[in-house]
Design a protein around this ligand. Structure first.
Ligand code: SF4
Length: 64
């Protein structure tokens, strides 16, 4: 599985990396560090990926 965070939709309020720190990190401005990249998700982290997709208020994270 891969996920992608749309840098044009992300508002940087941090719900994703707060809910799933094992999957996502943040930069100094409070945005996820891998905006605009295709992020590989190991099978062990697929539940976390589903959680961040379901909880992003901007709909910025999608499963590829
Ligand atoms: S929850 Fe969504 S809008 Fe908020 S920082 Fe994460 S990707 Fe961006």
């Amino acid at each position: 599985m891969k996920i992608h965070i749309d840098e044009n939709l992300c508002a940087g309020h941090g719900r994703c990396y707060t809910l799933a720190p094992e999957l996502l990190d943040s930069n100094d401005e409070g945005y996820p560090t891998r905006l605009g990249e295709d992020i590989d998700v190991t099978p062990q982290l697929e539940d976390a990926a589903q959680r961040v997709v379901a909880n992003c208020p901007e709909g910025a994270i999608r499963i590829l």
